[in-house]
Design a protein around this ligand. Sequence first.
Ligand SMILES: [Zn+2]
Length: 124
Amino acid sequence: MQCDEVALLIPSSLDDDQPVPLPVQTHVESCLRCQAELARYKRMLRGLQLLRTQLLEPAPGLLGLTLSAIGDASEQHAIRSLLNKRKVAYVGAISGAVAAAGAAAAIIAVQRSRRRAAAALATT
Ligand SMILES: [Zn+2]
């Protein structure tokens, strides 16, 4: 077995409370790298078990600071959202005004050309 293969099998063999497969056990007994990996993993499991039983008291004022930070973040998000909506409204209004001006210019141009044609016909 290779060290990489053993490293992948160590967690599952310890988590399941099953006996370590013989090839893994044989490799670990002869390999310092895998012995160190096994020791690190067991140490990590002990640390995690300690965390389950330890209750941490929050520092005084931590709840207030956390709620304040959440409030500030939500206010900033709301302001950014409002500014983005205003930008969309401005762009929509400007686009509408440009389209209306273009339509008016087209109507005026058509009316002028009709008048010129009518005047040209009247003079002939
Ligand atoms: Zn190894």
